[in-house]
Design a protein around this ligand. Structure first.
Ligand code: DP6
Length: 320
């Protein structure tokens, strides 16, 4: 009746932006990400017949605001006639740091909830359940370089290459911990409904995915860098052209991009990506990590820098 699972956030190199079915949270496009390792969320789920309502504690505090999405996810995993649950979530990185805490949280939640309810599920089924709660969470069920594809009226997720086969470091420059002005789900809808570039974004995604997939299997860093930066800037252009516009960046975001261009000019194997927030994530080869981390730390407006390698997918923890 109780279980604990751990999952790592993932960072998209080819982005999920837009939904083809909002009710079932199905993405309009496929995506490719890397699952991190040093950063993680631990999720404990305890089913308790004495509870009248679900309870959620995030990093030691009751969090009623986040509860409806958790309740909905538990219903999808265990059915609506389930026992109520006490859910305890702890992350070892700041939730407001724009590091996709919803991905690690929902990935860990579906694993822990299934085990607490005694349901045997394949990773593929768990990924679909996590994706229904938050699109990017489906990718955190898998480790390494992960591709999510649209598959009929559902999704299919798989590891393209494991992290050991092509080690990389991801350095996140945190430029603001203020709450997001618009959630990614709302911003995606605004893009779909109003951005003149949205249709073209969707149309070009398969070609970007295949370029990135080829770059990963060939371990061609320059090719991956070029397509990942292009795909990221294209996603933000779609948002900027929405009405009203969605601009997540701040001055330090741009300063970090300039810093990455300097690093590249100096010969570093590094590229940037930015999600629905102002933080800049720089992916680099391990030999360039210290140079990248130092350059980002010294960039005006950067509050902190977090580093991680590439890790494994969500997993149940022993001891429960
Ligand atoms: C920009 O997975 O947070 O990070 O499905 O509405 O929960 P919902 O969206 P979410 O969106 C992530 C968007 C992104 C790109 C990505 O991770 O692929």
């Amino acid at each position: 009746m109780r279980a604990t699972a751990r999952a790592q956030p993932n960072i998209a190199l080819i982005k999920y932006w837009g939904k083809r079915d909002g009710n079932r949270n199905l993405p309009a496009v496929g995506s490719i990400s890397v699952t991190l390792d040093e950063l993680f969320t631990t999720m404990h789920v305890e089913l308790d017949g004495a509870l009248d309502l679900d309870e959620l504690h995030v990093n030691g505090r009751k969090s009623p605001g986040l509860l409806p999405r958790v309740t909905q996810c538990l219903d999808s995993v265990l059915g609506t006639d389930r026992l109520r649950a006490r859910v305890i979530s702890e992350s070892n990185f700041p939730i407001a740091a724009g590091l996709a805490s919803s991905a690690s949280s929902f990935a860990a939640l579906v694993v822990a909830a299934s085990a607490a309810g005694g349901r045997e599920r394949t990773t593929h089924e768990l990924a679909r359940l996590a994706g229904a709660a938050s699109g990017s969470a489906a990718r955190s069920l898998y480790g390494g370089f992960v591709e999510l594809r649209n598959d009929g009226d559902s999704i299919a997720v798989q590891t393209i290459l494991d992290g050991e086969s092509w080690p990389m470091r991801v350095i996140a420059a945190v430029t603001s911990t203020a709450p997001k002005p618009v959630s990614s789900g709302e911003a995606m809808e605004a893009s779909r409904k109003t951005s003149p570039f949205y249709a073209r974004w969707v149309e070009e995604q398969d070609s970007d995915l295949s370029t990135a997939r080829d770059a990963i299997t060939a371990r061609d860093f320059g090719k991956l860098a070029s397509i990942a930066e292009h795909n990221c800037l294209k996603m933000h252009s779609v948002m900027w052209a929405s009405r009203p516009p969605v601009v997540y960046w701040n001055a330090a975001t741009i300063a970090c991009l300039e810093r990455v261009r300097q690093l590249q000019a100096d010969g570093a194997a590094a590229f940037f990506t930015i999600d629905a927030g102002p933080q800049v994530k720089v992916v680099c080869l391990p030999g360039d990590e210290s140079q990248v981390a130092e350059a980002l730390s010294n960039t005006p407006g950067v509050e902190s820098v977090l580093a991680s390698g590439i890790g494994a997918g969500a997993a149940l923890m022993n001891g429960d």
